[in-house]
Design a binder for this molecule. Structure first.
Ligand code: ADP
Length: 399
């Protein structure tokens, strides 16, 4: 089966073509700056790569370009050869706790979720609708970032707010990055040769966006992102947890409007707010040159992660592992070292040498006397989307 995985952003489209069930990656790539003056097209296949810049009006045109490139390079004759398309969809609300085959009703519900995820769901829908318009017969599957967290108990997902706000307006914690936390927890079970049901773990997805997740027996029981991805850890440019009263103070007492404050909390805060840089590599480089502002941003980031680990550890009867993933979690030995040095109370002991080894493979970094395992597990959300789409579609389609 040929499954195309799509991740549509407001002006971008990431794609990866899988041959399933072998999980062979036949091609992958990215189109950025759709609807801008010049879009960047990148395609990688069979150890080759192709790059071009040209104006691309919308996501449908972008998909047509991908289809034409697949034909030109002998990857597929047309999208009609696809057996399915799997989409990353950010917000599934309470309606979706599983990957779901897309039909008119599902599209309607994803539309309804736009009020909850105005920055993400419209772009995800662009990808779904563009593919439907081009290739209406191919079944499509939606994999929701929120779905994995639908297992959280009410005590984790309800805010201490007037209960009408939840009942009437859907105000609750949904959690995001679910596909990544799902993937790394399954990988941990596989790699450590244990039954998922027997593992309690804290997964730390530390990238530009960052979240922590408490995972009991394979199920999310708490996570740091909430009603939106703004809550929780300090991120590249998002504040994470704040006192919500400060929003009203700023609106009342300064010239900032709610719109500007919302923008600043999402795009001008976090690491960037403190030290003007949101890229952890640059921040580390600045720290090595003695830059105090960069070190302060780093320390605030670390402290927040440590507080979440401490809090989540207390939710379990026992804790087996802490997993590091995402661009920072996978690659920054410095971040891992600084987080774990605060975890002595839990009996965590880092093996500093193992931690320093840079690799794209999953690996352990704890010392033999550590009471909790420390794992670095590169995430692969596309892998989950391809596998889940295959699982749902294999009975519909004949090879
Ligand atoms: P996104 O949330 O956009 O998917 P990523 O998961 O790709 O983000 O993570 C991006 C972050 O990972 C950036 O802050 C980047 O600096 C950081 N990063 C990537 N490689 C390294 C590295 N070798 N050392 C430190 N940080 C790194």
């Amino acid at each position: 089966m040929r499954i195309l995985v799509l991740n549509a952003g407001s002006s971008s489209l990431k794609f990866k073509l899988y041959k399933m069930p072998q999980k062979d990656i036949l091609a992958y790539g990215l189109i950025e700056k759709i609807s801008e003056e010049l879009a960047d097209i990148h395609l990688f296949f069979a150890k080759s790569n192709y790059k071009k810049q040209k104006y691309i009006k919308d996501h449908q045109k972008a998909l047509k370009i991908v289809e034409a490139l697949f034909l030109e390079f002998g990857i597929l004759k047309s999208f009609e050869e696809l057996d399915g398309v799997g989409h990353r969809v950010v917000h599934g609300g309470e309606a979706f706790s599983e990957p779901t085959i897309i039909d008119d009703e599902v599209i309607k519900v994803i539309h309804q979720m736009i009020a909850l995820a105005p920055l993400h769901n419209p772009s995800n829908l662009l990808g779904i609708e563009a593919m439907r318009a081009l290739n209406p017969k191919t079944p499509q599957v939606a994999i929701f970032d929120t779905a994995f967290h639908q297992s959280m108990p009410k005590s984790a997902y309800l805010y201490a707010l007037p209960k009408e706000w939840y009942e009437r307006y859907g105000v609750r914690r949904y959690g995001f990055h679910g596909t990544s936390h799902f993937f790394v927890s399954r990988q941990l079970a596989k790699l450590s040769n244990r039954d998922l049901k027997d593992i309690n773990a804290i997964s730390l997805h530390l990238g530009n966006g960052a979240s922590a997740c408490a995972i009991e027996g394979g199920c999310s029981i708490d996570t740091s992102m909430g009603f939106t991805p703004l809550e929780g850890l300090v991120m590249g440019s998002r504040s994470g947890d704040i006192d919500s009263e400060l929003i009203f103070y700023l609106e009342r007492s300064t010239k900032l409007t709610f719109k500007q404050i919302e923008w600043d909390l999402n795009h001008a805060s976090g690491l960037k707010g403190i030290c003007s840089d949101n890229d952890m590599r640059t921040i580390q480089e600045r720290i090595s040159r003695g830059d105090k502002e960069a070190k302060l941003a780093f320390d605030i980031f670390i402290r927040r992660v440590v507080k979440y680990i401490g809090g989540y550890a207390m939710l379990f009867k026992s804790l087996d592992a802490i997993i590091f993933t995402g661009g920072i979690g996978e690659n920054s030995a410095l971040v891992r070292e600084h987080i774990t040095k605060h975890l002595g109370l839990l009996g965590v002991v880092l093996d500093k040498e193992l931690n320093k080894i840079s690799s794209s493979l999953p690996r352990v970094i704890h010392a033999s006397n550590s009471s909790i395992e420390l794992w670095v597990i590169p995430t692969d959300e596309e892998d989950v989307i391809a596998k889940e789409s295959f699982r749902l579609l294999k009975n519909l389609v004949k090879e």
